[in-house]
Design a binder for this molecule. Structure first.
Ligand code: 5GP
Ligand code: MN
Length: 336
């Protein structure tokens, strides 16, 4: 993978561009993707944004979101766009299998592949150009840095600013996590100078849930949460029947893992959900416990030091058993 600065001089030449990101995109994946989209369309490129899967409806306020193509739902259209692409931007993922069924298609493309990402251990051989920096708060911050470094500060319009803000704000836990550097605050100050109205974005993202999501949370916290104090660990395991019973939609479970993590003394919080085709896990930690390594070792996943995830094909009971065995194995680190 060559440095991304090598494409700066080619940015203005009109071409077919596709932007994609990880499956079940969060606000950083969608925000960095649409931030880049709203920047690039100003040069007269033909730009398409393709999501590997569907996405939570609370992202639908983002400028440009109506043009995002769902690879699973509009497969032929997405494949045609991908085949025509001269540049393919891959945002907010480190390994191609994070694009689910798009992986073999991406592998077969002749397009120049450009990675912008902040996850650990990227599959760099899969990309022609790119930047991978685990010290960065978010991919949205990296897209901002990319635009500034390429010399296009004046092309950050309100649409770009709103999308990038959403990515940085959510990936930093509203500017709470350690990754919130002085550079992040300088970036936000610059976006404010460019006219960003941030409070509306918080409302769009956090005050748009349906009542059912909280009824679901209430039941889950009451019935599905186990706290293992001797391991400073809390686990929520959700059977598929709960998802059906409460009519849970994509994105409704986002943020659930933060409840067990905020219990006094808890250093590791996990949510394992039976999604039917796989058991999807989310891990969060506080302090020195490395959930990237934990997710990689036991749950076929990865991510960041304090936030990671994984997936298993075994039944839920078996994955829960695995989790309990894993925390036993890590008792010392969880108690240090
Ligand atoms: P979340 O728990 O919010 O789904 O994910 C937390 C972090 O872990 C994200 O940065 C995400 O990219 C990463 N992650 C989640 N699931 C997986 C997975 O199955 N594989 C890998 N490699 N990373 C994941
Ligand atoms: Mn991210």
């Amino acid at each position: 993978m060559k440095p991304i600065s090598e494409i700066f001089s080619l940015i203005e030449k009109p071409k077919n561009i596709v932007i994609t990101f990880h499956q079940k995109p969060d606000a950083d994946a969608m925000g960095s993707g649409l931030g880049l989209y709203n920047f690039l369309i100003q040069f007269g490129h033909t730009v398409s944004v393709i999501s590997p899967t569907n996405w939570p409806s609370f992202l639908n306020w983002m400028p440009g979101s109506k043009n995002v193509v769902d690879f699973e739902m509009h497969n032929d259209k997405a494949k045609t766009l991908l085949q025509k692409a001269e540049w393919l931007f891959c945002l907010d993922f480190n390994v191609l299998n994070r694009t689910k069924r798009m992986e073999p298609v991406i592998e077969s493309l002749l397009a120049t592949k450009i990675l912008i990402d902040h996850h650990q251990q990227p599959q760099t051989e899969a990309f022609d150009y790119g930047i991978s920096d685990i010290s960065k708060s978010s991919t949205a911050e990296m897209v901002y840095d990319f635009i500034i470094a390429a010399g296009y500060s004046d092309k950050i319009n309100a649409e770009t600013a709103e999308c990038l803000y959403a990515g940085v704000m959510t990936d930093t836990g509203s500017f709470r996590f350690n990754s919130t550097s002085a550079n992040v605050h300088r970036m936000i100050a610059d976006l404010k100078d460019k006219g960003l109205e941030h409070s509306q974005i918080h409302e769009n993202l956090f005050d748009n849930f349906l009542e059912g999501r909280f009824r679901f949370f209430g039941n889950i916290l009451l019935n599905r949460m186990d706290v293992f104090y001797e391991y400073n660990t809390a686990l929520i395991a959700i059977p598929q029947s709960d998802l059906i019973k409460y009519n849970v939609k994509t994105g409704d479970t986002e943020g659930l893992v933060n409840f067990p993590l905020s219990i006094k003394g808890i250093k590791l919080a996990a949510v394992i959900i039976d999604r039917g085709d796989e058991r999807k896990s989310s891990f969060r930690s506080k302090g020195g416990f490395d959930v990237n390594t934990f997710a990689r070792k036991y749950f076929n996943g990865g991510g960041h030091f304090n936030a990671a995830g994984g997936k298993n094909i075994e039944p839920l009971d078996e994955v829960v058993r695995k989790f309990k065995a894993a925390i036993k194995e890590n008792k010392e680190q969880l108690n240090s």
